[in-house]
Design a protein around this ligand. Structure first.
Ligand code: GLY
Length: 405
């Protein structure tokens, strides 16, 4: 009988080939423009115009995921076209941060880690650099990422010591609120701290992540999606969901952000309590998977439910579990996380890809959910699902891959 690891070893090569072919064709089709957050009927349309942006503009929180995928693809293939697309994104993000265009969000970490830190990591050293032009582009990307990190630091609220998630800092509905996803935005600050030697960045990471661990990870190891602090006194107030089923439920993607985000912040800070938090998130997530290993959009739903799955939560969790396997320093736990990641990734390849389903789609991964309560992007592909699926594949075929985060 074939084991999961053997099954994955057979499936991963063709899965990578298919993903790269789809990615290249989308990169050519979209050029300098950006696709929408999610597909509609399994195809990406141009990002819609809003009051101040034309259709296809670089706005919102998901436009760095194509950039991240182009850098992953360049690492895998060495194909110059991917590097050219990646550098084009870096220039677009340089413009965005200098123009102060749509920066009022904690998601600056997602945006600038993948669009600017990644090319800096890949091109600034002599080893990967193809030319002086590449090195100059890497230096510009570094400057843009540092500007973004400073903007993110401006969202650190005193005295709570948390980074506000959404809205401008005077918005009464958003003041003092942060979300579990923000864990993934801290690596931009950790990187800025390493680059500049300024201890303020690491201090912000340490305080923000400690608050999330203490107040957003529940005693049963599930997480709450968002949490409010009193902006004047810094007192922790209450949890609330935005994209989960209800306030006390466990939104699947939030739990996956918890696995990967706590693990990354443990690696940056060395704080063992963050490693423990990541393992607790993983335990709850794995205990609430259906038989086929792809979670429903909220972990309150279980086998037999007619609710949609969120494949993107699984893709994020695979990356987080691979990181955890390397971090725990215990062979049994590492083997358990690796086996769980292998099973989840194999199920994604077999059940959630256009090739496996015979679906005509330019998404790499089908069956994600953006925001079920608002009926937004339900059972569709999405840019972050595609990115983390490709990162999961890269982590599988190149176990020594150096992360961008
Ligand atoms: N970070 C936004 C989301 O996961 O939907």
């Amino acid at each position: 009988m074939t084991t999961t690891a053997e099954g994955l070893a057979t499936a991963v090569g063709p899965a990578v080939e298919k993903a790269l072919a789809t990615l290249l064709s989308s990169a050519r089709a979209f050029g300098d423009s950006y696709p929408d957050d999610t597909t509609r009927d399994n195809r990406y349309a141009l990002r819609p115009a809003d009051a101040t942006h034309a259709a296809g503009a670089n706005r919102g929180w998901t436009t760095s995921f194509p950039a991240g995928m182009h850098w992953l693809a360049w690492e895998l293939t060495g194909q110059d076209e991917f590097r050219v697309h990646g550098l084009r994104h870096a220039r677009s993000f340089d413009r965005r941060v200098r123009a102060g265009d749509d920066l009022e969000t904690h998601d600056l970490g997602f945006l600038y880690t993948l669009s600017c830190v990644a090319p800096w990591r890949l091109l600034a050293g002599t080893e990967g650099a193809a030319s002086d032009e590449d090195r100059a582009a890497a230096a510009a990307a570094r400057d843009a990422a540092l500007l973004a990190a400073d903007h993110l630091m401006g969202r650190l609220l005193e005295p709570a010591g948390i980074v506000q998630a959404w809205g401008d800092l005077t918005d009464p509905a958003q003041r003092g609120r942060t979300i579990i996803d923000s864990l993934m935005n801290m690596p931009l600050l950790s990187w800025a701290g390493e680059q500049t030697g300024d201890p303020r960045y690491a201090d912000a990471v340490r305080r923000h992540t400690a608050q999330l661990r203490e107040h957003m990870l529940r005693p049963d190891d599930s997480t709450v999606h968002t949490f409010y602090w009193d902006p004047v006194t810094g007192e922790p107030l209450r949890g609330a969901t935005e994209q989960g089923a209800f306030d006390d439920s466990c939104w699947a993607r939030g739990q996956a952000w918890g696995i990967y985000g706590f693990a990354l912040n443990h690696l940056a800070t060395g704080d063992p309590e963050l490693l423990d938090a990541a393992e607790r998130c993983a335990a709850y997530f794995l205990d609430h998977l259906p038989a086929d290993q792809v979670p429903y959009w909220d972990l309150v739903h279980t086998d037999g439910s007619a609710e949609p799955r969120d494949s993107s939560a699984a893709a994020i969790a695979v990356c987080g579990l691979r990181e955890l396997a390397g971090a725990v320093g215990d062979a049994d736990r590492a083997a358990r996380y690796t086996a769980a990641a292998d099973a989840m990734l194999l199920s994604l390849v077999e059940h959630c890809t256009p090739g496996a389903e015979g679906v005509d789609s330019d998404a790499l991964l089908l069956h994600a959910v953006y925001d079920a309560p608002k009926g937004n992007g339900v059972d569709e592909g999405c840019l972050w699902g595609d990115y983390f699926y490709l990162e999961a594949l890269v982590r599988t075929v190149r176990p020594d891959w150096a992360r961008y985060w």
